[in-house]
Design a protein around this ligand. Structure first.
Ligand SMILES: [Zn+2]
Length: 175
């Protein structure tokens, strides 16, 4: 599976640290219409630390089509690059820190019920960015994230830095 940089601006940099699998989709024509399956949505979701159903809904809002989350399908025919472009919009706003552009961010919710706001906490530079947008698509997605977090579902957590160090400098490396 081909790995690409998470940050769309660093796609051509082979040494960029943060990687994700490139979108892999399949278009199927059936009697009842055409649909597109995003085959590696779960792997993408794990690399971005964001739930796959939220990513999937964002893509379907952005492409203005309906989706069947269970089957991981979008109604209509969409090539890999079209889906990747859509996902990149999500990454640029919801995954990359608004200050340092490093994707080590976690969405945090402050306040209760309808007064809740969503902030993005960056583990790399410590910036808290409030997510608030007049853009319809972004705003709809912010609300989706708030609802999801309020439901109490735990999102996948970033690996702690010391765990990374343990993997990089394991004792075996020095023998
Ligand atoms: Zn940052």
């Amino acid at each position: 599976m081909s790995q690409i940089s998470v940050n769309p601006k660093h796609r051509n940099d082979p040494y960029h640290r943060y990687k994700m699998p490139a979108v892999k989709s399949k278009i199927t024509n059936r009697g009842n219409g055409t649909f597109t399956t995003i085959e590696n949505m779960l792997n993408i979701s794990e690399s971005l630390y964001h739930p796959d159903d939220i990513l999937f809904k964002f893509i379907s809002y952005d492409l203005a089509t309906c989706c069947d989350f269970k089957k991981k399908t979008l109604k209509g025919a969409y090539k890999n690059d079209v889906i990747q472009d859509s996902l990149d919009k999500y990454i640029s706003y919801f995954v990359l820190c608004h200050k340092c552009s490093i994707p080590e961010t976690t969405a945090e919710i402050e306040g209760k019920k309808k007064k809740a706001i969503c902030k993005m906490d960056c583990m790399a530079c410590g910036t808290l960015s409030k997510l608030d947008s007049k853009d319809k698509l972004l705003n709809k997605t912010i609300q989706l994230i708030i609802k999801d977090k309020q439901s109490g579902r735990k999102w996948k957590e970033h690996k702690k830095i010391y765990e990374d160090l343990n993997t990089v400098f394991s004792f075996d490396d020095f023998q």
